[in-house]
Design a protein around this ligand. Structure first.
Ligand SMILES: NC(=O)c1ccc[n+]([C@@H]2O[C@H](COP(=O)([O-])OP(=O)(O)OC[C@H]3O[C@@H](n4cnc5c(N)ncnc54)[C@H](OP(=O)(O)O)[C@@H]3O)[C@@H](O)[C@H]2O)c1
Length: 237
């Protein structure tokens, strides 16, 4: 089995690499990173891509399409909450065009472009499965607090993109399973500034990777197009 992990330099992405390279049935992990490379291993092939840059996404797709072996699993573990353009907006007063556009570029447009550019390769693979890491705060129905406009909006839009991909790909001869997943609050660079007040112990990235692997392997094409928590419970859109 060959696995593609986007966002492989992040906490959850790196833990997914460790999990998959330890599995005897996994021959190869294609790992897409932005800045840092998280590990070096003979099973892992690294490719670089900045999801903000369409040209880089196109170049990355070209490189991915040169890989002759099928890709059986796709996990998008890239994501962006705060950076040079600021952190999540506490109020509508803080909304800025450049930050919103950046959130959408990294959290929504990049992952969907990368996937759709590879679709002709994925459609040949029986039992192909894809999980896009989204966030519960991207659920419109679940939103009782407001704030975090860019992150919430870009993850809600990602969810819609995943749902559209799942519906269209459901017409492929080899029916795939394509879902959005909330990974749960997990120790990572993305979460560390926002979990200080939490009393419950945080999930490690290794635990997240283990649960995600189990979730993905247990899903069937009939469950494609849904939004899941790691324990398999459905989240509302
Ligand atoms: N941790 C949590 O509690 C939590 C909760 C809900 C949802 N999530 C979601 O889970 C996923 C993984 O997050 P994480 O916690 O593992 O965070 P993380 O450690 O910050 O990892 C995020 C990854 O996204 C990559 N990325 C950021 N900007 C990018 C860009 N412009 N182009 C390409 N890649 C880019 C990062 O690469 P660089 O570091 O090299 O920029 C990093 O590899 C994200 O989608 C996140 O929204 C996490």
């Amino acid at each position: 089995m060959n696995v593609l992990i986007n966002g492989a330099g992040g906490a959850i992405g790196a833990a997914l690499i460790e999990r998959y390279i330890a599995k005897p049935e996994v021959d190869r992990v294609v790992a897409i990173h932005h800045r840092q490379v998280s590990s070096v291993h003979s099973k892992v092939q690294w490719l670089q891509c900045n999801l903000r840059e369409v040209e880089e996404i196109e170049r990355c797709i070209e490189q991915l399409l040169l890989i002759e072996q099928p890709i059986h699993r796709w996990i998008c573990a890239s994501g962006y909450l705060q950076g040079p353009l600021g952190g999540p907006e506490k109020s509508m007063r803080n909304i800025q065009s450049a930050k919103l556009q950046d959130d959408f570029a990294v959290n929504t447009i990049g992952p969907i472009l990368l996937f759709s550019g590879m679709a002709n390769k994925f459609k040949l693979v029986p039992d192909f499965k894809a999980a896009f890491l989204s966030a519960q705060v991207g659920s419109i129905e679940d939103n009782q607090l407001g704030g975090w406009f860019g992150y919430r909006m870009s993850k809600a839009a990602l969810n819609m993109g995943v749902r559209c991909l799942a519906i269209e790909a459901g017409r492929w001869r080899n029916e795939p399973t394509i879902v959005s997943v909330h990974p749960g609050t997990t120790v990572s660079g993305l979460s560390k500034a926002f979990v200080k007040q939490r009393k419950a112990p945080l999930q490690t990235a290794a635990t997240c990777a283990e649960k995600l692997d189990h979730l993905i392997e247990g899903l069937t094409p009939e469950e494609s197009g849904n939004f899941y928590k790691l324990d398999g419970a459905l989240l509302p859109w």
